[in-house]
Design a protein around this ligand. Structure first.
Ligand SMILES: [Fe+2]
Length: 234
């Protein structure tokens, strides 16, 4: 059982279960509310810290993210930081706070072992969400966050990614900006520092380095757009 050291939390008891890893590709269909309790593996008791004001998507996303990533150290700390960052951006940017914050909680669930299929975390995360009935817009945001389409092309996964909507909105920019301004341990960083750290971590022969001529300017463009909007909102 997790503990809540601050003693301010609410307790949520979830019985989640595991899923088959080698599963068929998802098909796009009308999505309804998240259905966490249909997920078959993770029988686990969670005690969560107090939730910030949040809508139903955010609350469910936080539970699923903790079930999948809560034992993954820095990955979980990074996820918490991105969710907090996203929640803080929604108001100034005038976007749907529930949708943005939910996508932030879920953006890296494709790193969790039960979700891994292709090994490309934006796609595996989106597939997982689709399989379990999350709104297609959430899956699309996860699928394309932080310039995933460039790496997908280099991996030969563009067709699989293309089943998801690439909405290219301020909200999608905000998700990427949140991810690009939170470091691997959840610390707040500027986008250039974050991007340099990712390139260094993956190495000069990585696909990230290969797609840098396209992905780098794309991410810098998002940062400029978001920071312009934030400055105008002050
Ligand atoms: Fe991330």
């Amino acid at each position: 059982m997790r503990t809540d050291p601050a003693g301010t939390g609410i307790q949520s008891v979830l019985m989640l279960s595991s899923l088959a890893v080698n599963r068929p590709r998802p098909t796009i269909r009308a999505m309804t509310a998240p259905s966490l309790l249909r997920e078959p593996r993770f029988a686990r008791t969670l005690v969560l810290p107090a939730l910030a004001p949040a809508g139903p998507l955010t609350s469910a996303a936080r539970l699923l993210a903790e079930a999948l990533l809560g034992d993954m150290g820095n990955r979980w700390r990074h996820t918490q930081g991105v969710a907090e960052r996203a929640a803080g951006l929604a108001g100034p940017l005038g976007v749907d706070a529930d949708l943005l914050t939910a996508a932030a909680w879920l953006h890296d669930i494709g790193y969790a072992a039960p979700t891994v299929a292709t090994g490309f975390h934006p796609l595996d995360g989106a597939d997982h969400l689709t399989r379990y009935g999350w709104p297609i817009r959430v899956a699309g945001l996860v699928a394309y966050h932080s310039g995933a389409r460039f790496v997908a092309a280099a991996k030969g996964l563009s067709e699989l990614l293309a089943v998801y909507p690439d909405e290219r909105t301020v909200l999608a920019d905000a998700l990427t900006y949140a991810d690009q301004t939170v470091g691997p341990a959840g610390d707040r960083v500027d986008p250039d520092t974050r991007y340099a750290e990712v390139l260094h971590r993956h190495g000069p022969c990585s696909l990230n380095a290969l797609v840098d001529p396209d992905r780098g300017p794309y991410l810098r463009g998002i940062a400029r757009r978001v920071e312009h909007l934030l400055a105008a909102a002050v």
